[in-house]
Design a protein. Structure first.
Ligand code: NI
Ligand code: MN
Length: 224
């Protein structure tokens, strides 16, 4: 039995459970393993919004390996037009896939596509229970999320400028009450350079959550 989180780079990661795989926001530029779209073989692709650093190589990956894209209706519509298999959802909606339940959450951020919204996801991927905030500013309704679905991991942007910074993401951690917080979306470019060790100290001093610092290219085992 295996359950892993493989951090590719920026806000892109792969969940793996017993050989089943899902990639989130597959932006591959600059990843230290030199992974290209053709190297990625997954069952599902989650896309939080259509900014280039999130939609990334999604369509190319979906086309070569037949993965199903899960996103908002607008992004799923673009994926369908591009010849990809896609399942459209929308903010506040839930759906039970063969692997488990998905909830599309609010994310206060641009969608990168006309008429759309950015989103986050609460996912039960074969027992891996995780909240991926996508790109978002801090919002108080994050406190509702653990009341709606249980999750063990919260994957949060901490880079600032485009999203929550470490100060705001520490307040998010307080509301989310996840056992583990995994910071992402920082240090990719100068405007989002942050001290992740300071973030870890802050969160661990003020909440019961433990912060897992995962470096690009690294894989960590997950609790299910
Ligand atoms: Ni964005
Ligand atoms: Mn982004």
């Amino acid at each position: 039995m295996s359950a892993n989180f493989h951090f590719i780079n920026h806000a892109c990661f792969i969940l793996e459970k017993d050989g089943h795989t899902a990639i989130f926001d597959p932006f591959l530029d600059g990843n230290p393993e030199g992974l290209k779209a053709a190297d990625i073989k997954v069952d599902y692709i989650f896309i939080s919004h259509a900014h280039f650093d999130h939609i990334g190589s999604a369509f190319e990956i979906a086309k070569h390996c037949g993965a199903t894209i899960i996103s908002t209706a607008e992004v799923a519509g673009l994926a369908g037009e591009a010849g990809c298999q896609a399942h459209g959802m929308h903010v506040g909606g839930t759906y039970t896939f063969p692997f488990g339940k998905v909830r599309l959450t609010l994310a206060f951020h641009g969608s990168g596509v006309a008429g759309g919204h950015a989103c986050g996801f609460v996912v039960d991927f074969y027992g891996i229970k995780l909240y991926f905030a996508g790109d978002t500013g801090l919002f108080g309704d994050m406190a509702l999320l653990p009341k709606l679905d249980p999750f063990t991991y919260a994957v949060l942007p901490i880079g600032g400028n485009f999203t929550m910074d470490p100060h705001d993401a520490a307040l998010a951690a307080e509301m989310l009450q996840a056992k583990y917080v995994i910071p992402v979306h920082y240090n990719t470019w100068p405007p989002i350079a942050q001290d992740v060790e300071a973030y870890k100290k802050d969160v661990e001093a003020h909440t019961a959550s433990k912060v897992l610092i995962v470096v690009p290219g690294e894989t960590i085992p997950l609790e299910v």
